[in-house]
Design a protein around this ligand. Structure first.
Ligand code: PLP
Length: 404
């Protein structure tokens, strides 16, 4: 059977004729807007309409769009050295590894890759190599999201997403989120590691409780397991700390990250305690582009800007402001999350209707569950932009038709 052409691409809002029948696989919903430019917290479509971006390309452009420090770093690096492969060393990658290790407390080593899923793949392979023969299982939580490659899909605790892709790689167990007894019960001699997000982002923006993370750390210590924390969505200032787990006063053995690290340039990283990282020997793991100078020059500029701007403190402050003001709206049941990774739980409204109406009104948000909007704006969002966001959302919540 032939798939229908994606004629649904054409919409009223800034989508051009070239989107009417573009030969893209139908893995994503039909796009409703074609953006051509961004600046700070704002996006512009091809008709010149502007939108306040409260999503940051799914928590990626944490410094806003077209940040000059990142743009300059890319331009300069592209004229200097783009790529040489991991057969050779380059300067920016080494510097980014040093900075990430410092932000994570030191004593670790970094493997660079190109995405969040690849960072988690590296962590999973490291856990297997570290665990040795017979000790290979990774335990993760229901409701989690760890990526779409076959292994990270199985680590993802959402069985509905597994269905069409069986058989998935072996070696994954899932337990109820926030349930230490369930975790204890899932551990036997075949388990090497536990993999958790500090805030389940795709699962609905559900922050872990500090007691849960501390309990997981204790169990991992008692049973000789690695505690691996997926900071792909939460890492690098988003939650009001450099890394989400730092809210809970635990020290993980492995941390993965991606998204904000390149502010839009694809790069991921897997950090591990040095004695754990030592399980990898030359030839055990690799990727052609991992740590290449173009991506790491961007990451170096991102990290330098984040440190200069103290983005964790800015995210904590702006997040409190947004949460307090949105939480006071009558159509909002509660606002949950950490820093600038927030879910706005709505009363009697379908979040998908509100997200569509928001786009039409010049505001980018997404429905992270049928009843909650996710907000993950630029960590450099200004107070005026917060005012604009709150006023626009308040207006939308009163004008969007109520779900029954
Ligand atoms: C927590 C988490 N882990 C992993 C991933 C996968 O990252 P990527 O889409 O870059 O492969 C995501 C993506 O949303 C994520 O939120």
């Amino acid at each position: 059977m032939t798939a229908a052409p994606r004629t649904a691409h054409r919409t009223a809002m800034g989508a051009g004729d070239d989107l009417v029948r573009c030969p893209l696989m139908p893995t994503y919903g039909a796009p409703t807007v074609q953006f051509v430019r961004g600046e700070g917290a704002w996006l512009y479509d091809r008709d010149g309409r502007r939108y306040l971006d409260l999503l940051s390309g799914l928590a990626v452009t944490s410094l806003g769009h077209a940040h000059p420090a990142v743009a300059d770093a890319l331009a300069q690096q592209s004229r200097t050295l783009l790529h040489v492969s991991n057969l050779f060393g380059t300067e920016p990658g080494a510097q980014v590894a040093i900075t990430l290790d410092r932000l994570l407390g030191g004593g670790g080593q970094v493997f660079f890759c190109n995405s969040g899923a690849e960072a988690n793949e590296a962590a999973i392979k490291l856990a297997r190599k570290w665990g040795g023969h017979g000790r290979y299982q990774v335990v993760s939580a229901y409701g989690s999201f760890h990526g779409r490659t076959l292994a990270t899909l199985h680590a993802t605790g959402q069985p509905s997403k597994w269905e069409a892709f069986q058989p998935l790689p072996e070696g994954f167990r899932h337990v109820a989120w926030d349930d230490l007894d369930a975790l204890e019960a899932a551990i036997d001699d075949t388990v090497a590691a536990v993999l958790l997000e500090p805030v389940q982002g795709e699962g609905g923006v559900n922050p872990a409780r500090a007691e849960y993370f501390r309990g997981v750390r204790r169990i991992c210590d008692e049973r000789g397991l690695l505690f691996m924390v997926d900071e792909v969505q939460t890492g690098l200032g988003r939650t009001g700390r450099w890394f989400g787990h730092q809210h809970f006063d635990v020290t993980p053995d492995v941390v993965t990250m991606a998204k904000a690290l390149g502010n839009g340039v694809p790069i991921g990283a897997c950090w591990a305690r040095a004695d754990v990282a030592a399980a990898f020997r030359p030839g055990d793991h690799a990727t052609t582009y991992g740590g290449q100078p173009l991506a790491t020059a961007a990451a170096r500029a991102v990290l330098a800007t984040m440190e200069a701007e103290d983005v964790p403190a800015r995210a904590a402050r702006a997040g409190r402001l947004l949460a307090d003001r949105l939480g006071a709206l009558p159509e909002v049941a509660d606002v949950r999350g950490l820093g600038l990774l927030l879910a706005v739980e709505l009363v009697g409204l379908d979040a998908r209707d509100v997200a569509s109406a928001a786009l039409a009104a010049g505001l980018v948000v997404n429905a992270v569950t049928p009843t909650a909007l996710r907000l993950a704006p630029s960590l450099l969002i200004t107070d005026d932009e917060v005012d604009h966001a709150v006023e626009a959302i308040a207006a939308l919540l009163t004008t969007t038709p109520r779900s029954t």
